[in-house]
Design a protein around this ligand. Structure first.
Ligand code: SF4
Length: 286
């Protein structure tokens, strides 16, 4: 049995990986590119503030995003990277009052978001009982990732985050495999990256299925059993999860849920919340 170094840093808490927009300088509303589409009503370059961003860094149309054509904003999740960059990396100095560092801050934000996304997955992997043999490696990866989040702004801006992500990906994959192996009579055939766009999977038994990176856009997953299915990077845009069971689904994020449809009968993993735009519950009819 492995023992961790008791002098090591405490592990990150999941609460720190949830967006706290009140502590953020509206970074997603400035740093990211918006492309006019069904998701965004306007075009906007990275580094240019969205015209709807108010002086207090709040969204001026927050309660009307979907009717105003900004549904993409209701899907996005920064994993708490916004408040981390605003309050820690830049010590509370905002980009309006410190324009010299503004462009660097907008560069750092997407790097931090990727690091926080990894922290989200790693903290989840550490809750999986079957992944226990990997826990020491997972803790080490978590600490390495946390250390990276604490780098000075200049180093974060230059960080090769994809190299670090690749080094963590194999560990997450193995953790997911160990957990899925505990599901009796699961689908053995991997559907990693599968084209399941518009697929009719209503009521399907997908317990323990590997759906990593699968394209489930507009798939009918009403009433599907997705317990302990591996869903990292799966594309759920407009997939219908009404009445589906996602209890214990592996590596599912809030952004994936926000992009899908569902209802109050959809069963969710404990760490995620029901999107406000989902329809009222009750079993769906054909
Ligand atoms: S519409 Fe609101 S939430 Fe979306 S980018 Fe603009 S300010 Fe941000």
């Amino acid at each position: 049995m492995h023992h961790d170094d008791p002098t090591a840093l405490p592990l990150v808490e999941r609460g720190a990986l949830r967006a706290d927009c009140a502590k953020c300088f509206g970074l997603c509303c400035v740093a990211l590119t918006l492309t006019a589409s069904a998701d965004f009503a306007i075009n906007k370059d990275a580094g240019t503030p969205c015209p709807n961003l108010a002086d207090d860094f709040r969204c001026g149309i927050h309660t009307r995003l979907r009717p105003e054509g900004f549904s993409g904003c209701t899907v996005y999740d920064c994993f708490g990277a916004g408040q981390k960059v605003s309050q820690d990396t830049y010590g509370g100095r905002d980009w309006r009052s410190d324009p010299d560092t503004a462009q660097q801050m907008f560069q750092v934000f997407p790097v931090m978001r990727q690091l926080h996304e990894l922290l989200w997955y790693l903290t989840e992997a550490l809750t999986l009982p079957a992944a226990e043999p990997l826990h020491p490696d997972l803790r080490e990866a978590l600490r390495t990732t946390e250390r990276l989040t604490g780098l000075p702004a200049g180093e974060l801006a230059e960080l090769d985050v994809s190299a670090h992500r690749d080094s963590v990906a194999g560990l997450l994959l193995r953790a997911g495999e160990l957990e899925r192996a505990t599901v009796p009579r699961r689908r053995k055939r991997s559907q990693r990256g599968a084209d399941l766009i518009g697929a009719r999977l209503r009521g399907a038994d997908l317990r323990g299925a590997e759906l990593r990176g699968a394209y489930l856009i507009a798939a009918d997953l009403r009433g599907a059993d997705l317990r302990r299915a591996e869903l990292i990077g799966a594309d759920f845009r407009d997939a219908d999860l009404s009445d589906a069971d996602l209890t214990g689904a592996l590596f599912l994020t809030q952004a994936q849920l926000n992009a899908a449809k569902g209802n109050t009968a959809t069963k969710l993993p404990d760490s995620l919340t029901r999107p406000a735009h989902w329809s009222p519950g009750g079993p769906t009819s054909a």
